[in-house]
Design a protein around this ligand. Sequence first.
Ligand SMILES: Nc1nc2c(ncn2[C@@H]2O[C@H](COP(=O)(O)OP(=O)(O)OP(=O)(O)O)[C@@H](O)[C@H]2O)c(=O)[nH]1
Ligand SMILES: Nc1nc2c(ncn2[C@@H]2O[C@H](COP(=O)(O)OP(=O)(O)OP(=O)(O)O)[C@@H](O)[C@H]2O)c(=O)[nH]1
Ligand SMILES: [Mg+2]
Ligand SMILES: [Mg+2]
Lengths: 278, 291
Amino acid sequence: VTGHSHIDEELYEELEAILVEADVGVTTTMEILDKVREQVRARSIKDPAEVKGILKEAILEVIGGEPSRLIEASEGPTVIMVVGVNGVGKTTTIGKLAARFKDAGKRVILGAGDTFRAAAIDQLEIWAGRAGADLVRHQENSDPAAVAFDALQAARSRKADYVIVDTAGRLHTKSNLMEELKKVRRVIDREMPGAPHEVLLVLDATTGQNAVAQARIFDEAVGVTGIALTKLDGTAKGGVVVAVSRGLKIPVKLIGIGEQVDDLRDFVPRDFVEALFA
Amino acid sequence: NLAARLQETFKRLRGKGKLTEKDVEEALREVKLALLEADVNFKVVKDFIGRVKARAVGQEVLNSLTPGQQVVKVVYDELTELMGQTQSKLNFAAKPPTVIMMAGLQGSGKTTTAGKLALYLHKQGRRPLLVAGDVYRPAAIKQLEVLGEQLGIPVFSMGQGNPVEIAKTALEHAHSHGNDVVIIDTAGRLHIDEALMEELQAIRAAVAPQEILLVVDAMTGQDAVQVAETFNQRLELDGVVLTKLDGDARGGAALSVRAVTGKPIKFGAFGEKMDALEPFHPDRMASRILG
Ligand SMILES: Nc1nc2c(ncn2[C@@H]2O[C@H](COP(=O)(O)OP(=O)(O)OP(=O)(O)O)[C@@H](O)[C@H]2O)c(=O)[nH]1
Ligand SMILES: Nc1nc2c(ncn2[C@@H]2O[C@H](COP(=O)(O)OP(=O)(O)OP(=O)(O)O)[C@@H](O)[C@H]2O)c(=O)[nH]1
Ligand SMILES: [Mg+2]
Ligand SMILES: [Mg+2]
């Protein structure tokens, strides 16, 4: 976006291409660029080099400028429920998060709430081992709500600081599966009022506009308090979180940047916005 | 929907007299928006609109009473043509066993699709062998073994060894056990991971698959172009499988992948169960993308 002697439509078209190709989505992009045009007019900006800066600020206004922390319980164990569609990185993110808490000297219990998919429990078991966390599990095909219940009970008796409940991947369009998720959440809340303190929706950075529907429906079902955006180590920019933020005020809290145990970072909005233009 | 939006646009435009080429260009912006909202890649959309415009500025559109419908027809036809044939034909070896290699990004559905393909081929009267080539992901081997057990299909595994050795030994095993199709599951990987892309190339060199399938998640966004292009350049794909079509993603990635590789989408996956695999229908995909 260099080589412009004045601010013209071509400049805005270039900016539109960058944002759309980053998966911000065409509607959200047009809305944000309209705000930028307004600002350019209102502030009588003449130098094209300033437009990008105004655009970055406009995006930060949508997604929030400051990092957002994970919610902690005021007393007792903090319960984190991890949800999302199939294959986005829920189980792996839980493993990484557990290790982070363990490294901070916390006691962590993982609930093997995916009782459906082949070897899902085995997969989480390996991560529990890597992180040094306890694992609560039942038989394959058992009731995920019962696993969550037991994980909370174990957290109380073992005085755990964190309980992270894994759930099976599910498409938001499957109402019976969304009902199952609601039940898991209800059971958690009944067993420990105020829990789950954090409902983390995992979104894959390679996902396009469908993430907007995913976020909306998961939020309606179980109330999402934070987003973990995975696979940012690829070439996808994850711009869809801007589109998600346009409609829902759910902060992105974590990012996944690889498959190893320490490939987890806090989401820093300014860095994310810079990366959109890299 | 798109047809209605186009009709609205043309109604407004024709209010000022006979339709012109410029009017069609303006209407095509609606098509561009629809395709971008469906996750078709930005550059692919540009090329596509260019092609459609060439066909949409003819007299049958400009003089039509329902130009919106005419344009939708041109778009739909062009899209269906681009999507390819309803051919789900896998390439089989003249002398068995046929080797099929799965490839793709992390979490796209390779392992699940491998199981489905095995069942599909088994129902055709073949004797498939599943090969546990993902030695990295925790419990990946177990995942494939559980699927194999559910299906009554043998799974070849050498634990967390060298995937190239595993593939070669699996081929020998297939020869000596009468398996006529070998389906190699591989670890998910980024197209920009040099070492892992070389691993795929090494497996390919070692066992010469008749069929290399790129597994792509239907909800993939703009990045589908980079991914498909790179995998194709490094491996020379034979086909694509589009997964998670049981969701509501419009699936524009299908058009992007097709446009940038020219390779056929051979199957669509519609669920987590082992029977949720169908031959790909380009016309159905075209309607889905257009919304
Ligand atoms: N490159 C990369 N891969 C990731 C990241 N996070 C997860 N993965 C990989 O994505 C794949 C799927 O991860 P899982 O943790 O099994 O995803 P899931 O959401 O639990 O999947 P289901 O339970 O089947 O719905 C695995 O191969 C992970 O290693 C990331 O940040 N970067
Ligand atoms: N709804 C739905 N889920 C699917 C489909 N195909 C695969 N899945 C699910 O998607 C998730 C990931 O599938 P996997 O087969 O583990 O994906 P993968 O590509 O082997 O993952 P990695 O080996 O980690 O790269 C699992 O939860 C599957 O059950 C599909 O067509 N529809
Ligand atoms: Mg999982
Ligand atoms: Mg796999």
